[in-house]
Design a protein around this ligand. Sequence first.
Ligand code: NAD
Ligand code: UD2
Length: 308
Amino acid sequence: MALYLVTGGAGFIGSHLSDALLAEGHEVRVLDDFSTGKPGNIDPRCAVLRGDAADPALVRRALEGAAGCFHLAAIASVARGNEDWLGTHRANLTATITVFDAARAHRLPVVYASSAAIYGNLGEQVAREDLLPAPLTAYGADKLGCELHARVATHVHGVPTLGLRFFNVYGPRQDPHSPYSGVISIFARRVASGETVAIHGDGNQLRDFVYVADVVAHLRAAMGHLEAGGESTVLNVCTGMGISVLDLAHALADLHGRPARLVHEAPRQGDIRRSLGDPARARGVLNITAQTRLREGLERTLASLVVA
Ligand code: NAD
Ligand code: UD2
């Protein structure tokens, strides 16, 4: 059993990961500034450090005695990256370099969150890891920067790194109240409370939605891969199947047994038209695939809202 640092452990994905690590008998230390994360997401068995993941002294302290780091802290909203370019840059890239730098001393393995946003607009192509990245947003550019600095961490400083390019993650605990949150949590809450659902643009934009438990399984497998001496690399975390935003709104309304009430709004600036990933490389390297079907994941997400 080991001690792991989870940055962003008060957030949506980080809190599910922490729960899974605790269930396996590991110790978890969370570093979070609570900018979007919530204390209530954190299991009381976790040790908590409150602060900025771009603070070098704090991150060094957070890594003391740890066997590795899952670096998930970031400002995850593409829209916020458009509005606050410099502020999100500090959280999304400077903090990642800070973590790699702190991991240098003991060459600790770092599994970090990259994003499908690094691909940019691929037209009809399915996103494969060997395609040339061409991000279209500050968020995507910073996540690509994380991958480039991970190469430096590995090749110059001997830090094992694995970057996971998450596609659109969804599930319980994704904040349904913030306008910056993921589309499924926003739609699920609005459908459940009988409110209208806002479709940005025509709604035919396509996304590859991956359930949070599957993302957690990839994160754990990635750490296991590095601990076993596996190569440092980047991998997609996706299902390989897409659904349009419009069909998603109808699917959620159907599950709720009521017709969807839709309003169309202006398209979001820089919105990717089609985001669909190829999971083959992750399957090859980590021997893992996303298991949860969209319908099942949506049902669990809706059920969590009813209980909450
Ligand atoms: P989230 O907002 O729920 O979690 C992020 C956490 O990081 C929050 O608890 C927040 O308080 C914390 N944080 C932000 N800035 C910080 C800082 N400077 N110092 C310390 N803590 C800070 O988002 P999430 O969906 O759980 O995202 C987790 C990671 O996965 C992020 O790196 C995000 O970019 C990435 N990602 C998410 C998705 C998705 O669909 N949710 C897709 C691709 C990549
Ligand atoms: C998500 C992640 C981001 C990133 C990227 C990977 C979130 C919040 N963001 O960005 O972190 O890594 O995936 O590609 O999870 N939409 C509506 N109405 C709404 C809200 C959204 O139509 O009320 C549309 C939106 O315009 C977009 C789609 O739904 O076309 C998905 O939006 P999103 O914000 O959930 O996620 P995305 O793909 O911008």
